[in-house]
Design a protein around this ligand. Structure first.
Ligand code: PLP
Length: 455
C-alpha cells in the first residue's frame, strides 16, 4: 500500500514533468517556425530538428552588405558559344516532338554520346541504354545513387573535408558514416599535401561498408587524388566488396602536370563504380542542371528503376542540346578549340591570379590541383583579433561574418565541410571560388590588396 502511494506520486511528478517538457518543445517549435509543424516529418527532413542554415545566413549578410561574393561554386562567365548555339538550334527544330517527354531513362542521342565519351575515358564498352542515366544535375545522380544502392544500416565512408550534401544524402538513405579526414602536412601549401592516414582509412572499412564516395578533383580542397591514393582506396573496395560513388564533376579541371585518374579504370573497380558527372561543370552551364551516372548494368538497373519511380525522366531539350555539344567536343578533341582543354587553361590562370592576391592579403592559400576552389588559411591574419567574441561560433564562421561586414568580401567557412566530430579541423580555413570573370577577379584584387591597410 505504502509502495503504491509512492508509485502514484512518482507517476504524478513524471506526468507533470513530461507536460512541461512537451509544452516547452511545442512552444520552441512554434516559436521557431511560422504555423504548425504537425504535417512535417521533422526527423526525415531535418534529421531530428530544424537546424540553422549557415549558407542562408552568409548569403543574406553578403547581400545586405553589398559584398563581393566568392562563396558560391558557379562560374559567372559565359559558356562556350557552340553549347549556347546548340540550345538555340534545338528549340527551333521544326519537329515539335523535341518539346515533349523523351525516354524516361534518358534521351537516346544523349545516352549514346555519353556512352561513347565514357567508353573512351574508362577504356571499356559502355551500353548507352543500360549503363547510362541522365539526371537533373549531378546532385540528382548522387541522390539516386544513394537511394538506390544504400540500405538502412549500411555504412558509408566519406573523406573530409567533403561536399557537404554527402552527409545528408547518407542520412536520408539511412546509412551511418565513417569519416576519414585528410590531414595537411606541416607548412603545406598545396592540396597534394593533404593526405589520409592509411590506417585510419583501413579502420573505416569493414564488411558493413557498402560504399565510399571518392570526389576527385575535390570540392572544397581542389585535391586531385594520385594513383597511389586511389589504388589504396580501390584495394579496400575490392577487399570488402564495397561500392565506389565517384563524384567527378570537376573531371576536366586539373592543373599543372596532374592527371585526372578515373578510379573505375583501376583493377576490380569498373564493376563497383558509379561515375557521376555534370554538364553544368563541364560546359559552364550550371543552370542547365543536367548530369549523369554511368556504371555497370546490374547497378544502373537499380538507379534507372529508382529514377523512373521518382523523377521519371529529364529535360528533352537540354539533353538534345548537350548531345550536340558533346558530339562537337568529340570532333574538337585534342585541338586548341576543345573546351576540355580551354577551360582548365583559363581556370589555371584565374587560380594563379587569385592565389597571388590572397598571398598579398596574408590569407595563406593552399594551392588547389584542380576544381573551382581555393582553400586559404586565415590564422595568420591580424584582423582575426578584431572579431567580435561569440563563444557559440567556430573561428572560421566568425571570420567570414566579420569579412563580409568589414571587408565586403564573402567566402565560405571550411568547417561546414566536416562532420561534427572533425569540425575543428576546418576552423582555420575558408573556401573561395575562382571560377570568375576577370572583372570579378579585379574586384577581388581591389579588396585583397587593401586588406591590411583598412580596418
Ligand atoms: C562535388 C560536387 N558534386 C556535385 C555537385 C552538383 O552538381 P550539379 O550542379 O550538376 O547538380 C557539385 C556542385 O557544386 C559539386 O561541387
Amino acid at each position: 500500500m505504502k509502495y503504491e502511494k509512492v508509485i502514484v506520486k512518482i507517476d504524478y511528478i513524471r506526468i507533470n514533468l513530461l507536460s512541461i517538457v512537451l509544452f516547452q518543445s511545442t512552444k520552441e517549435n512554434t516559436d521557431n517556425m511560422s504555423g504548425s509543424t504537425r504535417h512535417i516529418n521533422m526527423d526525415r527532413v531535418y534529421g531530428g530538428g530544424k537546424k540553422g542554415n549557415i549558407w542562408e545566413d552568409i548569403l543574406k549578410l553578403s547581400a545586405e552588405n553589398g559584398a563581393l561574393n566568392l562563396a558560391l561554386g558557379f562560374p559567372d562567365f559565359a559558356p562556350p558559344s557552340h553549347v549556347v548555339e546548340a540550345l538555340g538550334h534545338v528549340t527551333s527544330y521544326s519537329n515539335h516532338m523535341i518539346h515533349h517527354y523523351t525516354r524516361a531513362a534518358g534521351h537516346q542521342r544523349f545516352c549514346k554520346i555519353l556512352s561513347k565519351l565514357y567508353g573512351r575515358l574508362l577504356k571499356q564498352d559502355i551500353d548507352p541504354m543500360t549503363e547510362v542515366l541522365p539526371t537533373i544535375g549531378a546532385y540528382d545522380a548522387l541522390f539516386t545513387t544513394f537511394q538506390s544502392l544504400i540500405c538502412p544500416g549500411d555504412e558509408v565512408v566519406l573523406i573530409e573535408p567533403c561536399y557537404e550534401p554527402y552527409i545528408e544524402l547518407a542520412r536520408l538513405a539511412g546509412a551511418s558514416v565513417k569519416y576519414v579526414p585528410l590531414i595537411p602536412k606541416d607548412n603545406s601549401s598545396s592540396s597534394d599535401d593533404w593526405i589520409f592516414d592509411l590506417q585510419t582509412l583501413q579502420a573505416a572499412f569493414s564488411t558493413k561498408t557498402k560504399a565510399i564516395v571518392v570526389n576527385t578533383p575535390m570540392n572544397p580542397l581542389g585535391k586531385v587524388f594520385n594513383r597511389d591514393e586511389l589504388q589504396a582506396i580501390a584495394d579496400l573496395c575490392v577487399k570488402y566488396d564495397t561500392l565506389c560513388f565517384a563524384d567527378e564533376v570537376y573531371q576536366w579541371l586539373v592543373y599543372g602536370n596532374r592527371k585526372h585518374i578515373y578510379i573505375a579504370t583501376l583493377d576490380g573497380m569498373a564493376e563497383r563504380t558509379i561515375n557521376i558527372g555534370s554538364a553544368g561543370k563541364t560546359f559552364s552551364v550550371t543552370g542547365w542542371k543536367t548530369g549523369w551516372a554511368v556504371g555497370p548494368a546490374n547497378l544502373m538497373d537499380a538507379l534507372q528503376s529508382f529514377h523512373h519511380l521518382t523523377i521519371r525522366g529529364g529535360v528533352s531539350v537540354m539533353q538534345e542540346a548537350l548531345a550536340i555539344a558533346f558530339e562537337k567536343e568529340e570532333e574538337l578533341l585534342g585541338s586548341e578549340e576543345s573546351y576540355y582543354r580551354q577551360l582548365p587553361n583559363e581556370m589555371q590562370n584565374k587560380r594563379d591570379q587569385l592565389v597571388e592576391y590572397l598571398q598579398e592579403a596574408k590569407l595563406d592559400p593552399v594551392m588547389p590541383g584542380g576544381g573551382y576552389f581555393i582553400v586559404a588559411n586565415i590564422s595568420k591574419l591580424e584582423s582575426g583579433n578584431k572579431m567580435e567574441e561569440s563563444a557559440q561560433e567556430a573561428f572560421d564562421v566568425k571570420f567570414v561574418k566579420w569579412a563580409i561586414v568589414n571587408k565586403k568580401f564573402t567566402v565560405i567557412p571550411l568547417s561546414i565541410f566536416y562532420s561534427q566530430e572533425h569540425r575543428h579541423l576546418g576552423e582555420k580555413y575558408v573556401r573561395i571560388c575562382f571560377a570568375k570573370t576577370d572583372e570579378t577577379l579585379r574586384k577581388a584584387k581591389e579588396v585583397l590588396t587593401k586588406w591590411n591597410n583598412s580596418k
